[in-house]
Design a protein around this ligand. Structure first.
Ligand code: ADP
Ligand code: TYD
Length: 212
């Protein structure tokens, strides 16, 4: 049996409203057209802990902010290790995976309330299991992001205030600086038409892919 090369893993990051889910769909389409079988996923996942997290984010379940970070780690470990459709199992089949959020989301959002070092340590098992081929950070002004969110929805979530998004964006940059020797992070200005941003993302991703 020939050994299957592990697929590439791309994580899309950015504050809420930065355009992650829009770019996820565009990148998946480009990968498929270029001959790369591709799978898309997101965090929180639809698993048991991810479902609980969604309830926390919408305020149906309340808990201390110190509890949120380890719940994200638990959801992430399930995401990585789940047999069949887990991240590692999918990548081991040679599939390219694109995820809407991965551990930099925890670093950025949770470290507004908790020390960044603590959040990074809590996520260390996940980083050991899988680091992204590249993290694609869509950078938008928090005011613009909030504007986009407000237009598309009739409710906002726990972290969706201007001040919170501003601090979250700053925490992303602190985490990138802290992890710069271990991670490949590509920062992409997100305030431009979706197709233009998608072309830029593709130009950055293509050199990282193996021959199809
Ligand atoms: P996220 O997944 O990061 O929260 P979405 O992709 O859901 O972001 O986008 C949030 C909102 O902004 C949606 O209504 C979407 O249609 C819109 N949007 C996404 N990308 C752009 C863009 N490049 N320019 C303008 N609006 C955008
Ligand atoms: P989001 O990505 O906006 O998804 P959707 O719009 O589909 O609900 O919501 C996820 C929220 O969870 C977002 O506010 C950020 C937060 N989050 C964390 O706080 N830590 C994490 O590790 C992750 C993955 C998400």
């Amino acid at each position: 049996m020939t050994q299957q090369t592990r697929g590439c893993f791309f994580a899309l990051e950015g504050i809420d409203g930065s355009g992650k889910s829009t770019q996820l769909a565009l990148l998946a389409g480009a990968l498929e057209r270029a001959g790369y079988p591709c799978s898309t996923t997101c965090e929180p996942t639809g698993g048991p802990v991810g479902t609980l997290l969604r309830q926390v984010l919408t305020g149906q379940v309340t808990c201390d902010s110190r509890v949120v970070a380890p719940l994200f780690v638990a959801d992430r470990l399930d995401h990585l290790l789940r047999p069949g459709d887990g991240l590692l199992a999918t990548l081991d089949r040679g599939v390219t995976v694109v995820s809407d959020r991965y551990y930099f989301s925890s670093y950025a959002y949770q470290s507004v309330d908790l020390p960044l070092e603590w959040v990074i340590e809590a996520n260390r098992p996940c980083a050991h299991l899988l680091r992204p081929t590249a993290t694609l950070f869509l950078d938008v002004d928090p005011a613009l992001a909030l504007d986009r969110i407000a237009r598309g929805r009739d409710h906002t979530e726990l972290f969706e205030t201007r001040e919170r998004l501003e601090r979250t964006r700053e925490q992303y940059f602190r985490a990138f600086e802290r992890e710069r020797d271990r991670e490949r992070v590509l920062i992409l200005p997100g305030d431009r038409p979706p197709e233009e941003l998608a072309r830029d993302i593709w130009a950055q991703v293509l050199p990282l892919l193996p021959q199809p």
